[in-house]
Design a protein around this ligand. Structure first.
Ligand code: GLN
Ligand code: ZN
Length: 759
């Protein structure tokens, strides 16, 4: 058996590409210097793969920012506003990625969107009616040749025409199908180029095939490929899918003249069944995605080899492949110097996964792999009793019952009681939690981390900052205060550090978008709260003021979604374990006199299953209860808030209401009013604070502007249910603009309140 890799991480082991790009943005290095670093990185990545004997190595998986953006530029899909800047090619590219402000003009970046169910984000191509889609670049050719010069025959990978068209945003009246002709021509030219270079295999990534498709979609897909494949010359074509199964179009794709089909047998629940039911064409190679490209656990060889055996009955030629690009996992365990061996032995990052592929290929050829040493070693680790198992936690989770998820009395009754207890004015003002993370705040944290100051000195500073923050908010006249979150800069790490079962890495960075990388912690064992996490900060803040101070926690679904999860227990169990830990914190806060508690679920929607039919069986059916578990034990007068960072939740509006919070704040300033209609139409019971200005920009909104927003909101939201707040935490903003904006926010609320009270 031979192996294939769908794509390799690009930013570099030490995030070299990130740092080089940022230097380039600041003008500290020039284009040639940046390119030199990129070439070195690509070379390093090719060598890693070559050393492990990977047969089908991808080229063109490298990108300075994002692969979809690369394809847009390659196909001439460059909106006029960027062309008008008249920058060189690379700078135009970066202008599309990051926006541009300079003498040449002022343009915003293209929109950015989450890449399927991952935490990677792609740039959304914008196609206007007058655009001429055609092949204008040569990056895939150049990168192929670069590898060739290193003695490697690679398979160029490129996002497929169908997925590209489906992900693009259309500015005019034309739609995807109106551009099909141009796309076929452009991709034909691409194939012609590959043919001329002697390329043997080309990989077209079509992940959109794992989403719910209409008959029309499938027709368009077939139409494109039936024509395109006539022009493939000597190149063999691999249709690559990942992140799910192809249940809507399996029979269609096996009927098209692809030479290879790549299916994900890990996340693609139905793929195995589809192969069994419909068979697999003899003349095609099955690229079987069996090695997890998304998680960091050592592969269990037994499982892989067993599925492979099953597949063998249907497919004659099988290539062992990753389930998706390795872009979604960190580089290498070699960079982790602090992990204990007992823990470390369970992990495989990108480089280690290559070695696993090599071993698997070897085992697949063995007459009895169960006797091979590498197999036995693997099984020993995979089956061993893991550290950080906690029987007590397991028992607690197993014993949860309906009443643990149900808060009493009913919300309407609670809300009425809370109105009496808190005497908040109409349209109460508040913020989402964090205040600006100034140099001073960051310095305090880094000095503590480096051991330059001790915990006492560190906390002293944090308390000072909290003190000033409370005074500032009182001065501004805000109604429900926050402590400012100076003790954290991350919504998950801070909590994880106080939870047993969590593991932290040093260098396990994963690209989130462009130059931004995240370092998700790992849920290694059963999760349990070790000690109170936020209580001392919140109670100190409350001791300084007569106004209510909101306690500030991250919810279980967000903590889970921003971590690498375990694979030996279900997501539901993990969410419930974390839920119990947060519940303990909620109850401690309440006990300490914090009567308003916000539990953020910024990432609730992030891991929503790709297919609608899976939303309620395997996600929302535990995600919503996990949240309820956190707060069902509080007193009726304790007010529970939640916050979400996106407002595209129209489709699950009832589920959000069903979280049974008393108040929700969310981002609304950018995605406008559709969410408000949904709130109105669904008779949403939770009180709402749609963000009235965008904190992602340093702009200070005027009082008049905010008043207008509030008036608009009042056309859709009941006046006793409306809260007034920015759309997200203020941690990335500067102090000056923050204070100015909040001052205007309070003023606008006051004006609108006075008017409302009069009538
Ligand atoms: N409470 C957090 C903050 O204000 C929420 C952050 C978020 O929604 N991403 O920073
Ligand atoms: Zn937010």
């Amino acid at each position: 058996m031979v192996s294939a890799v769908i794509g390799f991480p690009r930013v570099g082991k030490q995030r070299e590409l990130k740092f080089a790009s940022e230097k380039y943005f600041r003008g500290e290095i020039n284009k040639q210097e940046l390119e030199k670093i990129a070439i070195e990185l690509r070379k390093e990545h090719f060598i890693y793969q070559k050393e492990q004997g990977i047969t089908y190595i991808s080229s063109n998986d490298f990108s300075y920012y994002d692969g979809i953006l690369d394809t847009a530029v390659l196909l001439n899909v460059v909106p006029e506003c960027y062309r008008a800047l008249k920058l060189n090619e690379l700078d135009t590219y970066f202008a599309m990625a990051r926006g541009y402000q300079g003498a040449e003009g002022d343009v915003k970046a293209l929109a950015m969107k989450k890449w399927f169910n991952t935490n990677y984000h792609y740039m959304v191509p914008e196609i206007s009616d007058d655009m001429k889609i055609e092949l204008v670049g040569d990056k895939p050719f150049v990168l192929y040749q670069e590898a060739k010069e290193l003695g490697l025959e690679t398979k160029p990978v490129i996002i497929g025409p169908f997925t590209f068209l489906k992900l693009a945003k259309y500015q005019g009246t034309k739609k995807a199908k109106d551009f099909a002709e141009d796309m076929i021509n452009a991709y034909s030219q691409l194939l012609e180029g590959f043919h001329k270079l002697g390329v043997k295999w080309v990989q077209f990534d079509e992940p959109i095939l794992v989403t719910d498709l209409t008959g029309e979609d499938i027709e368009l897909f077939e139409q494109i490929y039936q024509r395109l494949l006539k022009r493939k010359g000597n190149c063999k074509i691999l249709l690559q899918t990942y992140f799910g199964d192809v249940r809507d179009c399996y029979s269609n794709i096996i009927g098209i003249a692809f030479d290879g089909i790549g299916l994900d047998f890990l996340e693609g629940k139905k793929n195995l069944e589809l192969v069994k039911q419909n068979g697999f064409p003899k003349d095609k190679i099955l690229f079987a995605g069996l090695l997890n490209g998304k998680n960091i656990w050592k592969c269990n060889y037994k499982n892989v080899l067993e599925i492979k055996k099953e597949l063998q009955e249907y497919a004659e030629q099988i290539v062992l492949s990753t389930s998706c690009s390795l872009l979604h996992v960190p580089y290498t365990l070699d960079s982790e110097t602090k992990l204990e061996q007992e823990v470390k032995q369970h992990f495989a990052f990108a480089v280690e996964k290559l070695a696993e592929m090599k071993e698997l290929c070897y085992l697949a050829e063995s007459s009895d792999y169960t006797k091979e040493q590498v197999y036995l070693d693997n099984q020993q680790i995979c089956e061993s009793e893991r550290k950080y198992q906690d029987k007590e936690v397991q028992k607690k989770t197993a014993l949860l019952e309906e009443k643990d998820f149900t808060r009493l009395p009913k919300r309407a009754e609670r809300q009425e009681l809370q109105k009496k207890v808190y005497h908040l004015p109409l349209f109460p003002t508040t913020t989402i939690g964090s205040f600006p993370q100034t140099q001073e705040v960051k310095k305090n944290r880094s000095s503590y981390r480096k051991g330059e100051i001790d915990k006492v000195a560190y906390d002293k500073k944090v308390f000072e900052l909290i003190h000033d923050c409370i005074r500032k908010q009182e001065e501004l006249g805000i109604d429900v205060l926050v402590h400012g979150e100076y003790e954290r800069n991350d919504m998950v790490e801070f909590f994880g550090e106080n939870l047993a079962g969590y593991i932290f890495t040093e260098k396990a960075w994963v690209q989130s978008y462009g130059t931004r990388c995240v370092k998700p912690p790992i849920i290694f064992g059963d999760v349990k709260r070790i000690r109170p996490i936020t209580v001392e900060y919140s109670s100190y803040a409350q001791s300084l003021t007569d106004k209510p101070v909101k306690g500030m926690l991250t919810g279980p679904v967000t903590i889970l979604n921003w971590s690498f999860p375990r694979e030996d227990i279900s997501l539901k169990e993990m969410a419930y374990q974390i839920g119990i830990a947060i519940r303990e914190e909620v109850l401690d806060l309440e006990e300490a006199g914090i009567n308003i508690i916000q539990i953020d679920e910024a990432a609730l929607k992030e891991k929503m299953p790709i297919r609608k039919s899976d939303w309620y069986s395997g996600y929302l059916d535990w995600a919503i209860p996990a949240f309820r578990l956190c707060h069902s034990g509080v007193r009726p007068e304790t007010q529970i808030h939640t916050h979400m960072c996106y407002s595209e939740f129209e489709e699950i509006i009832r589920d959000i209401d069903n979280m049974d919070a008393d108040v929700i704040s969310f981002e609304a300033s950018r995605s406008k009013l559709t969410i408000l209609d949904a709130i109105k139409d669904s008779e949403f019971e939770t009180e709402v604070g749609p963000g009235i200005y965008d904190i992602h920009s340093p702009r200070v909104p005027s009082v008049e502007e905010l008043e207008e927003v509030l008036k608009k909101l009042l056309t859709k939201i009941d006046k006793d249910k409306l809260w007034v707040n920015p759309d997200c935490g203020l941690k990335t903003r500067g102090i000056e603009e923050t204070e100015a904006s909040l001052k205007n926010l309070v003023e606008a609320a006051k004006i609108v309140r006075e008017k409302a009270e009069k009538c």
